[in-house]
Design a protein around this ligand. Structure first.
Ligand code: CP
Ligand code: NVA
Length: 304
C-alpha cells in the first residue's frame, strides 16, 4: 500500500488559516517554555539543500533540530551531485530514505515543486525567488508576541515586491489583516499571489500612503540574491523608498519595524530606524528558530 502523500511547506498558503494561526501560537509557546528536555525529533534528520548563501536560515534550522533531539545535514549544492546535474527527482528519492524532512533554498519555485513531487517526506521552502514562508512565519510570531492577534490590523511593505513580500501578501489573507505595498513601477509583487490575496493586499506607489495606520512597517533589500548585476539601476529606481524616521512617524503610534536581514543601512532603511526604538529585527531573526521548530514538529510528528 502506498504511504499517504506528505505535507509540504513551499509557501505560507500550504497551511490553512487555522493551521497557520496554530503554528504561530505554537512557535511563541515553544519559545516561552524554552524546554530543552522536550525532544520530539529524537532520531530524526533534516537535509538542508542550499544553492544560495545563508546565515540565519542554516543556523536556525540546525540549532532547532539539535534542540529537538535531531540533527541537520548541510548540503551546499556545489558539494553534492546536484551540482553535477543529478536530477532533483532522484535526489528527493534518495534523501527521503535517510531524512524526515528536506529543506531547500534555491531560485526556482518550480524546482522545489519537482523535489516535493518525488519526496516521501515533507519539503520546506527556505527561500525561492517567489516566496520565503519560513521568514514570514517568524515575522508573524514577532508581531503576535508584541501586539497580539493580527486580524483587522494594517501592515505596510515598502520597497521591492520580492519573495518576502509575496509571503507577507499570503499572510494578509491567512491572518485577516490588510497589507499596503508601496513599490516602484516594475517591482510589483507576484500577480498570481496578489490575485489569491484579493482585497487583503493593495499595491501602490506611495510609501507615505502605505504606512497610514500601519502597526508594522516591513522592508527588505533592494537587490536580492541573484540580482547583483542590477544593483546600480535598482539604487536609482528605489530612490524615495527608504524607511526613515519621517516615514515611521506617519505609521501608527509605536509601530514596529521589521526586516528579514541582511540589511543595507542607508539604502532600504535608515540606520536610525533599524537601530532605533521601532526596530524588532533581532527578535525577528531569533524567532526564525522557534517558528521553524514549530513547523518541523507539525510536519514530522504532527500538531501539538
Ligand atoms: N533572512 C534570511 O533568510 O537570512 P539568511 O539569508 O541569512 O538565511
Ligand atoms: N529578498 C532577499 C531575502 C534574503 C533573506 C533575497 O532573496 O536575497
Amino acid at each position: 500500500m502506498n504511504a499517504p502523500a506528505p505535507r509540504h511547506f513551499l509557501k505560507l498558503s500550504a497551511a490553512t488559516p487555522a493551521e497557520a494561526h496554530a503554528l504561530v501560537a505554537r512557535a511563541a509557546a515553544l519559545k516561552a517554555a524554552d524546554d530543552r528536555s522536550y525532544r520530539p525529533l529524537t532520531g530524526h534528520s533534516l537535509a538542508m539543500i542550499f544553492a544560495k548563501n545563508s546565515t540565519r536560515t542554516r543556523t536556525s534550522f540546525d540549532a532547532g533540530m539539535a534542540r529537538f533531539g535531531g540533527n541537520a545535514i548541510m548540503l551546499p549544492v556545489a558539494q553534492t551531485q546536484l551540482g553535477r546535474n543529478e536530477p532533483l527527482a532522484d535526489t528527493a528519492r534518495v534523501l527521503s530514505r535517510y531524512c524526515s524532512a528536506i529543506m531547500i533554498r534555491n531560485d526556482s519555485q518550480a524546482d522545489q515543486e519537482e523535489l516535493a513531487r518525488h519526496s516521501r517526506v515533507p519539503v520546506i521552502n527556505a527561500l525561492s525567488d517567489l516566496h520565503h514562508p519560513c521568514q514570514v512565519l517568524a515575522d508573524l510570531q514577532t508581531w503576535y508576541e508584541q501586539r497580539g492577534a493580527m486580524a483587522g490590523k494594517t501592515a505596510a511593505w515598502i520597497g521591492d515586491g520580492n519573495n518576502v513580500c509575496n509571503s507577507w501578501i499570503e499572510a494578509a489573507r491567512l491572518f485577516g489583516f490588510k497589507l499596503n505595498v508601496a513599490c516602484p513601477q516594475g517591482y510589483e509583487p507576484d500577480a498570481a499571489t496578489c490575485a489569491w490575496a484579493g482585497s487583503a493586499a493593495q499595491v501602490g506607489r506611495d510609501p507615505q500612503a502605505a504606512v497610514q495606520g500601519a502597526e508594522v512597517v516591513v522592508t527588505d533589500t533592494w537587490t536580492s540574491m541573484g540580482q547583483e548585476g542590477e544593483t546600480d539601476t535598482r539604487l536609482q529606481h528605489f530612490n524615495g523608498f527608504q524607511v526613515d524616521d519621517a516615514l515611521m512617524t506617519q505609521a501608527a503610534v509605536g509601530a514596529l519595524f521589521m526586516h528579514c536581514l541582511p540589511a543595507h543601512r542607508g539604502e532600504e532603511v535608515a540606520p536610525s530606524v533599524i537601530d532605533g526604538p521601532h526596530s524588532v529585527v533581532w527578535d525577528e531573526a531569533g524567532n526564525r528558530m522557534w517558528a521553524q521548530m514549530a513547523l518541523l514538529e507539525w510536519l514530522i510528528v504532527g500538531p501539538r
